[in-house]
Ligand binder design. Structure first.
Ligand SMILES: NC(=O)c1ccc[n+]([C@@H]2O[C@H](COP(=O)([O-])OP(=O)(O)OC[C@H]3O[C@@H](n4cnc5c(N)ncnc54)[C@H](OP(=O)(O)O)[C@@H]3O)[C@@H](O)[C@H]2O)c1
Length: 300
């Protein structure tokens, strides 16, 4: 099989890590960014897929501006809801596999337990609705597919919560952070490594368990405790030598989400149960702190 892996969104947090991780598979990689493969231009997308006839499509591109999606639903839907179906139709026609990523935001967060794949979704915002529609479009396309729902993605490349906390801690003496939303910060590197590992199995096995899986780092935290972890690590790193953090030791205040209203509502419980993926593929997912510490080492 020499047809390429077509990777979309190669400049995003996940796409960037996938460019490295997928090389281990030994197939040519066609890494496309927003400019060279725009998922909102569906005619161009169809032409591109017909031209390259990939063996595997890895869709790391997405409209991820959760709050902006509330006022840009057409664009969010074109990219997140419709494009995965087009990828699926093209893949079904040529026997290709589609790997796609989705989100904890397909759930309303009302459950007290981590969500399983079999739990009913009920998105609270436009982004969540668009991502759920994308999952369904891909599932209905008839293509072989893997959908990984993940949460709270961060990496050394790109913008994310950990980097924002480091920037704000350098600028301010106090910081209010939401403490009543729970989830698992998941590194883009972990997602990319697991994707590559599972694809290796796909390429070498006769039978393969396609489908929808939850994939996050293990454990859970809330945004406030996550921020405290990031800032403690930065303090350790800087030590006394470099007073680069303005934030006082007791300057991190826990607040409720209702005290920090945003355009898009977020689930209070974003925890995903990843036992199905771990069982099916014999994987052990590391604690979220491992990924955060590794990325902080790269950033700091
Ligand atoms: N980030 C999270 O916390 C999170 C949580 C749960 C699930 N996910 C899912 O995980 C996957 C990867 O997310 P990520 O964190 O890597 O996101 P990201 O860093 O925002 O990367 C997304 C990439 O998609 C590109 N993109 C946006 N619109 C596009 C379009 N119309 N056509 C082609 N490319 C387009 C972006 O390019 P530009 O920057 O040029 O627009 C960016 O390079 C996504 O499916 C996302 O929904 C993410």
């Amino acid at each position: 099989m020499n047809a390429p892996i077509l990777l979309t969104g190669c400049n995003g947090q996940l796409g960037f890590e996938l460019q490295t991780a997928l090389t281990a598979l030994g197939l040519p990689i066609l890494a496309l960014n927003h400019q060279t493969c725009d998922l909102s231009d569906h005619a161009a997308l169809r032409r591109l897929l017909a031209e390259h006839r990939p063996s595997i499509i890895v869709n790391a591109a997405a409209y991820t501006a959760v709050d902006r999606a509330e006022t840009e639903p057409e664009l969010a839907n074109a990219v997140n809801a419709l494009a995965p179906g087009i990828l699926g139709e093209a893949a079904a026609a040529i026997g290709a596999l589609v790997v796609h990523y989705s989100t904890d935001y397909v759930f309303d967060g009302q459950s007290a337990e981590p969500y399983r794949e079999s739990d009913a979704p009920n998105p609270l915002n436009v982004y969540g609705h668009s991502k759920l529609a994308g999952e369904r479009a891909l599932q209905a396309s008839g293509a072989k597919h893997l959908i990984f729902r993940t949460s709270w993605v961060f990496g050394a490349h790109g913008n994310n919560f950990a980097k924002t906390m480091l920037r704000l801690a350098a600028e301010r003496e106090t910081l209010n952070v939401v403490a009543d939303q729970y989830g698992a910060p998941t590194s883009a590197a972990l997602l990319a490594e697991v994707t590559a590992q599972i694809l290796r199995e796909y390429l070498s096995s006769e039978t393969f368990p396609f489908g929808l899986y939850h994939l996050t780092a293990s454990g859970a935290t809330n945004w406030h405790a996550y921020a405290a972890h990031v800032i403690a690590a930065a303090r350790d790193f800087y030590g006394n030598a470099r007073p680069s953090l303005k934030l006082a030791a007791d300057g991190l205040n826990a607040i409720t989400a209702s005290a920090y209203p945003l355009p898009a509502a977020r689930p209070a419980n974003s925890r995903l149960d990843c036992s199905l993926l771990q069982r099916r593929f014999g994987l052990r997912l590391p604690p979220w702190q491992e990924g955060v510490d590794r990325v902080l080492q790269q950033i700091l």
